[in-house]
Design a protein around this ligand. Structure first.
Ligand code: 5GP
Length: 115
């Protein structure tokens, strides 16, 4: 099993504000929110980063992550105005936690380009 802080959240060893859970997916509020709505959607299996994803093997899991994001967006009332989904990958991508996670950000106007 992995040893990131997110593994501990999956195993309920440390608390998190969980907003969605299924057999395969967990989503919880980011501890340092960068927008009025900021959730992290993670698979329960250990995939360190986007570049470890294998399309054929993980396609369903990724679809479930998008479904979860859309559900959370609807539940939090940000779906209609829009939102942003972000995967940070590796050092230059700004990834801090090496357990795959998708950021759902919304509730304010996003800017482009990102920092
Ligand atoms: P990354 O920079 O790896 O894409 O994003 C990691 C995210 O995890 C950051 O936005 C950070 O605030 C969040 N985070 C780190 N540790 C914890 C934690 O213990 N609990 C929660 N809920 N979020 C965390």
């Amino acid at each position: 099993m992995g040893n990131t802080i997110f593994s501990k959240i999956i195993n309920k060893e440390i608390p998190a504000d969980i907003v969605y859970e299924s057999d395969t997916i967990l989503a919880f509020k980011d501890i340092r929110p960068q927008a009025p709505v900021h959730a992290l959607i993670i698979p329960k299996i250990e995939i360190p980063k986007v570049s470890d994803i294998k399309g054929k093997e993980h396609a369903q899991l990724l679809g479930e992550m998008i479904d979860a994001a859309n559900k959370i967006a609807r539940d939090t009332g940000i779906s209609e105005d829009g939102f942003r989904l972000v995967f940070n990958c590796g050092a230059n991508g700004g990834q801090d936690v090496y357990h795959l996670h998708m950021h759902l950000l919304g509730g304010r106007q996003m800017k482009w380009p990102p920092g």
